[in-house]
Design a protein around this ligand. Structure first.
Ligand code: ATP
Length: 289
């Protein structure tokens, strides 16, 4: 966070899911999940500037709304109305996280907005208070406020922080398709059965710093829907593994696929290989945060 008198800048990190299980469904339609969340070194940059009144949003992304539909605006309004902030704010979003890709890009921007405005207006709200606001915007927002490595249960808002996951180099590949989260969950409900990933085993592997234990337990039940509908996801996973990944998985509801590599050299070689094959629209080599 950088700060001059009236301006403040914050990074909003993307996440991947090392594990994602669906364990039930609530009457209101929400799914009960068990997820291992992991922040990665790919981030948006948000700049907040105090203003006389109103909430103004600008962005370098040509694809995002700048009005009330932007989660940044919803987060700012919720916080400012709940805590009676009378001043206004101008927020600029520099977008780097792929949109609608299963990396919680909107949720992390909302989380950074709650945190940024808490600082800008010196509200001194606790992380717990910010998380309570966050869950009203989206189930992943409380995790994005916490960051790092965490077990997320309930609808995603019941959080247990975990020690930092053992470091590998991460290759992230976003194919040139959009996947609707709603479509994925609806089709999952219609499906028969699926194999539950070993979330507890993953947690133990993280706690004991066992990278191989993590990579052999990567699992995401939502792949049962997306891999069938979008063959490029399976193809990306295969290519990542054949280029030496210790493990590969789709993140969230997709379509982003990541691979975990034992070295930066291997991950960069895999990136070059995927680039040549034209399987991904965007590729990033990064690490866990
Ligand atoms: P998740 O992993 O939580 O399912 P996602 O990465 O799949 O999220 P997002 O990038 O958060 O998806 O975008 C989902 C939708 O939210 C998009 O249709 C987009 O227009 C809308 N949206 C609103 N505000 C933002 C924002 N600040 N950044 C990204 N998307 C936003």
């Amino acid at each position: 966070m950088n700060r001059d008198v009236n301006t403040l800048t914050r990074k909003a990190y993307a996440k991947i899911n090392l594990g994602l299980d669906v364990v039930g469904r609530l009457e209101n339609g929400y799914h009960q999940v068990r997820m291992i969340m992991q922040a990665v070194g790919l981030y948006d940059v948000l700049t907040f500037r105090a203003a006389k009144s109103g909430i103004g949003i600008t962005t370098d992304s040509g694809e995002l709304p700048t009005g009330e539909d932007n989660l940044i605006c919803r987060a700012a309004r919720l916080l400012m109305e709940t805590y009676g902030v009378e001043a206004g704010v101008e927020i600029h979003l520099e977008k780097h996280i792929p949109i609608a890709a299963g990396m919680a890009g909107g949720s992390t921007d909302a989380a950074a907005t709650l945190q940024g405005l808490n600082d800008l207006f010196a509200l001194q709200l606790s992380q717990e208070q910010l998380r309570q606001l966050g869950v009203q915007i989206g189930a992943d927002v409380p995790y994005c406020i916490m960051g790092g490595t965490a077990l997320a249960e309930g609808i995603g808002e019941v959080l247990t922080p975990l020690p930092p996951a053992p470091q590998g180099t991460i290759l992230i590949a976003r194919p040139d398709i959009r996947v609707s989260t709603k479509y994925v969950y609806e089709h999952l409900d219609a499906g028969e059965t699926w194999q539950h990933p070993d979330i507890d085993g993953m947690r133990s592997a993280i706690e004991s710093g066992d990278l191989a234990g993590v990579t052999e337990r990567l699992g995401n039940v939502l792949e049962t829907v997306t891999v069938e509908a979008y063959p490029v996801i399976a193809q990306l996973k295969r290519e990542m593994l054949s280029c030496g990944a210790m493990g590969s998985l789709m993140s969230g509801s997709g379509p982003t696929v990541f691979g975990i590599y034992g070295s930066g050299e291997q991950a960069r070689a895999a990136r070059d290989c995927l680039e040549k094959k034209g399987l991904a629209r965007e590729l990033f080599v990064t690490g866990f945060v």
